[in-house]
Design a binder for this molecule. Structure first.
Ligand code: SF4
Ligand code: SF4
Length: 310
């Protein structure tokens, strides 16, 4: 069975993308399921949709947890944990990203070993929810990577699913889909069907027993107010966020507001400054910084560098 998940933002056509791909599979005589899953239903919010396709009846239901192909229409979603783009990714998954950065940059950034392919972004838009025809381009690329869908059936599926949009829009969507289909020609058939899982495949986690601690340690009493500053949460850090001021856009309300420990303040030049005594290394600021101006450095390495420069 093929298991494919599309990730995008509300308004970028991911639901339609999954319908088009499902119809194209159907035209190739596959059994098909396709469905969208919305979070907060509003324009620009992360959504995903998924497609299952098999030559035999599909008994599996629900969200796809271990996809063979993940298609990302908007690369700004990848670092957002709530978007779940990387959920269930394995070394056998293919990750197709519509974005500017190259595949090696993403592999390094995400520390993953699976196949990563880039569908180049062709146009810049102000509102990311209006990336034009991105859904059709994603479907065209996905169809070629799967390798069992002909260009004729891809075009017929686009026609079927968006027939109400009028001739001009249908043509533009078909052009985008077929261009992306051609672009992925050298990777045709890269995505392989994975086998079905049964409940018998469930692996129990290994349990670690932690003994009870003395109540005075495990539930200490707080004897005074406003003492949290005394708690050096910076000691918890294994990774250190470091601001690259050359890339920083000084949109300080983003990172300084989002830090759960209020460890990012703003100086008189409107630059964000991290208080490393209280930054616990949760990396939420790294995920939320849109221009990727906050880098992640192993804490040990950062401390060694500090010693050398001291
Ligand atoms: S969110 Fe990123 S770009 Fe914006 S102020 Fe913070 S570090 Fe700079
Ligand atoms: S890593 Fe977490 S605690 Fe540290 S500055 Fe960023 S958001 Fe705050």
């Amino acid at each position: 069975m093929y298991r494919i998940r599309f990730h995008g933002r509300g308004g970028q056509g991911m639901k339609t993308a999954s319908r088009i791909l499902g119809t194209a599979f159907f035209l190739e005589c596959f059994e098909v399921q396709d469905a969208p899953r919305y979070g907060a239903e509003r324009r620009g919010a992360p959504i995903f949709s998924y497609v299952r396709a098999s030559r035999s009846p599909i008994n599996e239901r629900g969200v796809i947890t271990n996809p063979d192909l993940i298609v990302v229409a908007d690369d700004s979603l990848i670092p957002i944990p709530a978007a779940g783009v990387l959920q269930g990714i394995t070394d056998n998954t293919t990750l197709l990203i519509n974005g500017h950065d190259d595949a090696n940059t993403w592999k390094h950034r995400l520390n993953i070993n699976c196949k990563v392919l880039i569908l180049p972004v062709t146009e810049e838009v102000e509102d990311r929810a209006e990336l034009p025809f991105v859904g059709s381009a994603c479907v065209g690329a996905a169809a070629r990577l799967i390798g069992v869908i002909t260009e004729e059936n891809l075009v017929e599926a686009v026609n079927d699913e968006i027939s109400s949009l009028g001739a001009d829009l249908i043509k533009q969507n078909i052009d985008q889909a077929t261009q992306a289909f051609e672009l992925m020609a050298k990777h045709e058939g890269l995505v392989k069907e994975s086998t079905s899982k049964t409940p018998l495949d469930y692996e129990q986690p290994e349990w670690i027993n932690i003994p009870f601690e003395n109540a005075s340690i495990s539930a200490p009493t707080i004897h005074a107010a406003a003492t949290s500053v005394e708690v050096r949460t910076g000691l918890w850090r294994t990774l250190r966020p470091v601001i690259n001021y050359d890339r920083c856009k000084n949109c300080w309300w983003v990172c300084s507001t989002i830090c759960p420990d209020s460890a990012i303040s703003v100086n008189e030049k409107s630059e964000p400054v991290i208080d490393y005594d209280h930054c616990k290394g949760c990396m939420i600021c790294v995920a939320r910084c849109a221009p990727h101006a906050i880098e992640t450095i192993p804490e040990q390495l950062a401390q060694e560098k500090e010693k050398q420069t001291a």
